[in-house]
Design a protein around this ligand. Structure first.
Ligand code: SF4
Length: 509
């Protein structure tokens, strides 16, 4: 049996490999919890950035905690979830703040609450429990399934509002009065008061930009990389995307010198992060300065229509061996439907650039199973990928459409899982030897969809699924038992496949 001592030594080993860890002491302690393991959480720019921002305060120390790789080890050894920096039990902190990115992480969030010894439901936590705050990318779309577990949610860009929450919380002696008062603030969502009526997302002032990571560690998915955002938001309008221009007023480009100033001397790899990093008007200057400084550079998102010889030349000289772009539609018809603005000629050019710059691989992300997609669209993709694979080595990432709230495709049905599997099988059959294919599980995409479209009913489903072990079968039964609305599946999907019920925006633009 693993002991508490061993669990803490493991954390110590991770800390020993970090550069930039913030240690401190202050009258108030915030546990910043990521509901996935360390490797994932430490790759999150938003998580790292909030850690830095909170530790700039003199009255607060913010310490990290993560979903353990094996929560059972904590249960069996009766080790409460603890913060990395001081090994303080998370349940003893004044505030437990979650950075929440992805719908299916809700089981991780519940597991962290359980391991911290906190009642899961907000209504079961009395005056003496820590305040549970939730923020992160999920708040741009649909945080309702998390609502019954949170005291307060910070909607959208949290850098400014977290200060307000902490200022008010540390001065209050009356939890109920605090919740009533903070519920009046734009951008703050208090589920116990607002119910299922979501609040608009907040936008942080420009002086809070750019977000950047204080800690560099080899033990993340983005190993030993300094993360910095060069642009926030996006001015484009892809219809499946939560970060489209309507969400937060379009792209805000960060001044080049401000991006570069954040890079510490010791860093050898820099990741430029953002919804639309390659759309920054001075992106070549930023990348060029990083590479000229002897560092590697990579970008979190590359638009195929922005890439040319200069762009890919800098990327290649900065160490990139893979060019990753999104097609996000199996055919031109589907890309147009998604308002992606990408044409075959852009993708073909990307393949040529991979070849010309002696890169190893073109990785293509593809959303499929949109309303109205047919086998003909899949066949068009297969033919095109055959052509691309003659130019360079190609990998394909296939993800079925998961319609999100706060997008024009909100409410679109999830395609029948059998149809999705048939399409994936066909792609494997036709392209198996030529292209490296990775497909998202249709089953888990369906769970993501139900959570993305659900309300507080999905909190009940999540709690039950969590109690039953969190496997697919447990989720399926829990969703069917608790879903309050009509099943948004097959019948509507059938009509949409015939193009009869396309959303208004799709028909008119
Ligand atoms: S998919 Fe990319 S380009 Fe399209 S709206 Fe989203 S962030 Fe912008």
């Amino acid at each position: 049996m693993t002991t508490s001592f061993e669990l803490k030594r493991r954390v110590e080993e991770l800390l020993n490999e970090e550069v930039g860890t913030i240690y401190g002491d202050a009258p108030h302690r915030v546990a910043l919890v990521y509901p996935s393991p360390y490797r994932v959480g430490m790759s999150s720019l938003g998580y790292q950035s909030i850690y830095r921002v909170l530790n700039e305060r003199e009255d607060v120390v913010c310490e990290r905690s993560f979903l353990p790789d094996d929560p059972e080890e904590y249960r069996v050894s009766q080790t409460p979830l603890f913060t990395y920096e001081s090994e303080t039990p998370v349940g003893d902190c004044d505030v437990v703040a979650f950075s929440f990115s992805y719908e299916v992480e809700i089981v991780g969030l519940l597991t962290c609450l359980e391991l911290a010894g906190l009642p899961l439901r907000q209504k079961d936590r009395g005056a003496n429990w820590p305040l549970v705050v939730v923020g992160g990318p999920i708040t741009f779309s649909n945080p309702l399934p998390v609502g019954p577990f949170a005291d307060v949610m910070v909607m959208g860009e949290g850098e400014e509002l977290v200060h307000l929450v902490l200022d008010w919380w540390k001065d209050t002696e009356d939890r109920e009065a605090f919740l009533r008062d903070i519920a009046m603030v734009p951008g703050i969502y208090v589920p116990s008061i607002h119910g299922e009526t979501l609040r608009a997302v907040a936008q942080a002032r420009d002086e809070y930009l750019p977000a950047y990571s204080p800690i560099v560690t080899p033990n993340t998915e983005l190993s030993s990389m300094h993360l910095v955002e060069n642009a926030r938001g996006c001015h484009r309008g892809c219809t499946f995307c939560v970060m489209r221009r309507t969400t937060n007023g379009g792209m805000r480009a960060v001044a080049t010198e401000r991006v570069l100033q954040t890079i510490p001397d010791h860093v050898e790899r820099v990741g430029l992060v953002g919804a639309a990093t390659s759309d920054h008007p001075e992106i070549l200057d930023i990348m060029g300065a990083i590479v000229d400084g002897g560092r590697q550079v990579s970008l979190s998102s590359l638009r195929a229509d922005r890439l040319d010889d200069d762009f890919v030349g800098i990327l290649a000289s900065g160490g990139a061996r893979t060019l990753t772009v999104a097609s996000d539609g199996t055919s031109q018809r589907m890309r147009d439907f998604a308002r992606k603005g990408i044409k075959e000629k852009h993708l073909r050019r990307c393949a040529e650039l991979v070849r010309d710059h002696k890169m190893r691989l073109l990785k293509l992300y593809m959303v499929f199973a949109y309303p109205g997609e047919t086998m003909e669209d899949i066949e068009e993709m297969i033919e095109f990928l055959r052509e691309l694979s003659k130019i360079c080595k190609v990998a394909l990432g296939l993800s079925p459409l998961v319609a999100k709230k706060n997008t024009p495709l909100d409410g679109s049905p999830f395609e029948d899982q059998k149809v999705i599997q048939e399409r994936v099988k066909k792609v494997h059959r036709e392209l198996g030897g030529l292209v490296d294919i990775r497909a998202t599980s249709a089953r888990w995409a369906w769970i993501e969809y139900e959570l993305a479209q659900g309300g507080f009913d999905m909190a009940d489903a999540a709690e039950e699924a969590y109690e039953k072990g969190g496997g697919y079968g447990a989720w399926k039964r829990a969703i069917k038992r608790h879903r309050s609305g009509p099943a948004p599946l097959a019948k509507v999907g059938h009509k949409l496949r015939q193009g009869a019920m396309l959303p208004e925006e799709m028909r008119t633009r």
